[in-house]
Every structure is written in C-alpha cells, then in structure tokens.
Design a protein around this ligand. Structure first.
Ligand SMILES: [Zn+2]
Length: 381
C-alpha cells in the first residue's frame, strides 16, 4: 500500500485496519481478533495510539502516535523473520527488514564484516555473505536462500564477540588524520521549500537552519575542508535523497541541522542524535562520539539547556555510511530559545561549536582540546 498521508487517533478505514493488523502481528495490540476483517470500520482508537507509540519508542522513531511514511515502513520491515523470504542485493531498491538485520548480526558475530547492522541489504552485506558462503562451502552467489539459511542455523552463535564495524569506523577516523583540509563535510539544513519545519515566535525552522548551515559552511571552508549543503535556501529534498547524496559524494561526515517545537512553552534546550537502534542493541560508535562532542561544545559555549545525546533510526542517520549527527538546537516554541536562536551572533557561536566538534573528532586523544576552548579561524571575505 502506498502511504501518502498520515493517520492518527480518530481516523478510520482500510489503511487503519492494515496498521492495526501489523501491530497485532508484532504483539503490540492484543484486542483485535481479525483486524483485516474490520476494513472500512477499523478505528484508530486509544489502544492503537498506545501501540503505535510503544512501537515508535522501540524503533527509535519520533514518538508522536502518528503513522506517516516512516512509521509505516518501519512497521512493514518489522514483520520479517530470517528465513521468511530470500534476501539478495537489489541496487535499485535495497531490501529492508528485521530479517536483514538478523542476518547482518549473525555475519558480524561470526567475524564477517558487513558494515553496520542497519537492516538494509546493501553491497557490504552481499560481500560479507559471499565470504561466509565460501567459508562454509555453500555456492557463493551472495543470495540468502534455503542452503544459506541452513548453514547459518547450523553455525548459529558459535562465535560471538568482536565489533568489527566499530573498529573499522574508528580506524577510518585515525587514518584520515587530524587536518581538516581535504575532508568533505555534508551540512544538511532540514526541511526546505514548502516544508518550513516547526514555527514559533515569528521564526521558521527551514529558514533559520539554512542560515546556520551557511555559517557552518563558511567556517569549514576557512579550515581548508570542503562543505556541501544538501539544499539551497528554497530547495526541497527528502531524507533518503539527502542520505544518498552524502553517500555518493563520499563524505567524511554529515551534520543535519534542525529545531524543535512543543505544545508546552516550557520545553527548551538542545539535543544531538546519532544512528542507533535500542531494541536491536546497535549503534554507530563514531556517530555517538561525534554527537557527544557536538553536544558538549554547544552546551559549553551557550546557555542552552543540555538535553543530551540519543540514538535514533531516522533515515538520514540510518542510510548514511559515515558518522552522522542530527542536532535539534532548541525549541522555537520556547520564548527563551527563540530569542537566542533569532540572534545572528548566537548562531555564529553555534556554528563555531560545530566546527570545533568536527576538529576534535579528528584530533588524536593527546592533542584533544578542553571542551569549549578550541577556536576556529573565521573566514574573511
Ligand atoms: Zn526539523
């Protein structure tokens, strides 16, 4: 089913029936006898709302009780168990699902490096699978079919340990060296075009984060690194395309800029997010380190409330192959945050904090600076 609109409490119809059926299969909704039989009369009731929120919580999706494209796709991916279907690398449209994540975890546990466990059957998963197949004497066709499932089951959990991907990620950072010159950073101002993001106190997120992205870009360029923005002042691009852009550019890092909003005007502060799935127990180690540095630099240099770092599975974090961070700088609905963020000097401080975090990510431990102290030269035009 093509999911073009969003569904929430109070909605009815076949799409709601489908959502309820998927939640029931996952054991999150237990008061449904035959959800598909409900069809037109299916109601997005309070129990559905609770189940959706629980599911979103488990999956690292924004918990809002609303089923839009991302929650719908995650529901669809969650139903697959390893062995349910044949898995292979389909470049045009990567196969996604919990079965792929389970396969990746098995491969990693046995020492076959398939990159990170992201539930997407990409080229690295195929390589690791061929390696595994060669090792166990199954035809090395890179396709996970009956013979491979059997071999996987026989070898299940014989070897556990090692975190090849985490090690490889940090090796890449060390190999890249401390100089920012020559590095490519993708700076992603969220939203754009007709999608203005959140609004508050006469400010709009899309405009503010574009301004901030330009400031970050200027500072990065002054250090000799290259910075690409994912969109122009009025451009539009969806999250998956933004991730593909970063991957095909071969970027070293991705920094996504957002601002938040809340019904409660008291909600305020800055949070940073990295790729991770709490339920499956995976996260990007370098993404977490990068988010931690960004968060610490921002909170040391400003008086924004520290809402800490968190793991999320948002497309931009999940589908990028390099350390990526998404920063939610503050709440436009908070009078205090809005006043800060509307001030150009304050945005300069934020930009400097981000570039300092980028620099620190590449500095060897013994050369690392104290939080809040690193000064980056400002571009003079
Ligand atoms: Zn946003």
């Amino acid at each position: 089913m093509v999911f073009e609109r969003t569904y929430r409490r109070g909605d009815t119809g076949p799409a709601v029936a489908e959502v309820r059926a998927k939640l029931a299969v996952l054991g999150l909704l237990d008061d449904v006898a035959d959800p598909l039989a409900e069809s037109d009369s299916a109601l997005f009731d309070e129990a559905t709302d609770r189940a959706v929120r629980l599911f979103q919580q488990q999956r690292g999706i924004t918990v809002d009780g609303i089923v839009g494209p991302q929650t719908y796709h995650a529901l669809d991916e969650a139903r697959w168990r390893l062995g349910d279907r044949i898995l292979s690398y389909v470049p045009a449209r990567l196969i996604a699902g919990d079965d792929v994540a389970a396969l990746q975890q098995r491969l990693l546990d046995m020492g076959f490096d398939c990159g990170r466990v992201d539930g997407l059957f990409g080229v690295e998963t195929e390589h690791a699978l061929r390696d595994f197949q060669r090792n166990v004497g199954v035809r090395a066709d890179g396709t996970c079919g009956p013979a491979t499932f059997k071999a996987l089951n026989q070898l299940a959990r014989t070897v556990v340990g090692g975190r090849p991907h985490a090690m490889r990620e940090s090796e890449a950072i060390v190999r890249a060296g401390p100089a920012l010159a020559g590095k490519l950073v993708i700076v992603d101002p969220g939203h754009g075009g007709p999608d203005r993001g959140v609004l508050g106190h006469g400010l709009d997120e899309a405009g503010l984060v574009y301004d901030l992205a330009s400031r970050v870009e200027g500072r990065l360029t002054a250090t000799g690194s290259s910075a690409f923005l994912t969109r122009g002042p009025d451009g539009v691009m969806d999250e998956v395309d933004r991730a593909n852009f970063a991957n095909s550019a071969g970027a070293d890092l991705v920094i996504s800029l957002h601002m938040d909003a809340h019904d409660n005007v008291e909600a305020a502060g800055c949070a940073s997010y990295y790729y991770g799935n709490e339920r499956l127990g995976h996260h990007s180690a370098m993404g977490e380190r990068f988010a931690d540095l960004v968060q610490r630099e921002i909170c040391a240099r400003t008086d924004l409330c520290d809402l800490r770092t968190h793991a999320k599975t948002w497309d931009l974090l999940r589908r990028t192959r390099m350390p990526a961070v998404r920063i939610e700088f503050g709440y436009l609905t908070s009078p205090g945050d809005a006043a800060r963020l509307s001030d150009a000097d304050f945005r300069d401080v934020l930009a400097e904090a981000i570039v300092a975090a980028v620099q620190r990510l590449y500095l060897p431990q013994d050369q690392d600076a104290d939080t809040g102290t690193l000064r980056i030269p400002v571009l003079r035009l």
